[in-house]
Ligand binder design. Sequence first.
Ligand SMILES: [Zn+2]
Ligand SMILES: [Zn+2]
Length: 129
Amino acid sequence: MTSKRYCIYCGRVVHRCDCHLADSRLQQFLRRNGQGSYQPAQRDRPYKRGVPPQIKRRERTTLQKHYAAWYAQLVDDYGEQCLHCGATEHLVIDHIIPLAKGGLSAYDNLQLLCRDCNSLKGKLVFDCR
Ligand SMILES: [Zn+2]
Ligand SMILES: [Zn+2]
């Protein structure tokens, strides 16, 4: 029995994945700290697609409630800087596995990124820790 392979970054079926292309968000993101190109890894189960609005709302409330504590904890553990490019301004809490891909608002799934890196990362799954 063969199963489909899915890109771990964009969540698409592998033959639809364009993460290896030079202008993909993954490559743009990697280029920021000079890691060069990266061949996306694969997983054998698809990500859940989309987030039901009630879960989105609940996650946002959870995040707001714990924001200060998590932020302080992240600064303690990794320093007050973007874990990707080292910028120290406009930091935001980023979901390593995005909510849209089934990630949770839990400390293990969070990292500090600057606004720029966060927007390039988009819905990629990328752990900078
Ligand atoms: Zn991909
Ligand atoms: Zn950054």
